[in-house]
Design a binder for this molecule. Sequence first.
Ligand code: GTP
Ligand code: MG
Length: 195
Amino acid sequence: MIIKNSEYAVSAVREDQYPKDELPELAMAGRSNVGKSSLINTFVNRKNLARTSSQPGKTQTLNFYRVNDEFYLVDVPGYGYARVSQKKRQEFGEMIQDYLETRANLEGILILVDGRHEPTKDDIAMYQYAQYLNIPILVVATKIDKVKRNQRNKSIAGIKKAMNLRPEDELLTFSSFDKTNLDKLSTWIEDKVNA
Ligand code: GTP
Ligand code: MG
């Protein structure tokens, strides 16, 4: 996919703030610091469109980025970050749930897991939840640049097994640092927004 333009559109914490133009949307999901905002930047080929940080808990609202005036990528707060208060975590959870459960123009979800580690309980729960909601899923194993090449197949196999990956769900290794599999990511996104 050729990125002609990308822009920040809006941040939302509830439904009446979502974009009103009914373009297809694809959402990120994944624990804090896994690389959701970075993936958006890598995909649109911009350094700082989505704000990133080495400190977990950077993204705190649903942030909608319009791409090619065609679709939105939706950045979301990460889960599993202990230093966000219990109350905030609950609010984040409800905000994400409301969005995922009600959004008619949601065409897919990218579930990001850390390519260096076994998926967490939260990762597995998110994957099962997305299945339950019948949202097309791409599992992305991030930061794969940090995994030695001869270890990558083993990591992938471990993630597939721990998540009990369905045959219809793709798992993509990915790196925002060296752009591993950016082409495949792009193909999946294009396919979903044209569905
Ligand atoms: P929250 O907004 O807190 O939920 O985090 P996030 O999932 O949006 O993570 P973000 O994109 O802000 O990245 C977190 C940290 O991981 C930053 O320091 C990034 O530079 C780093 N990072 C992201 N992607 C990669 C990658 O592909 N490889 C490596 N090595 N580091 C990465
Ligand atoms: Mg973020």
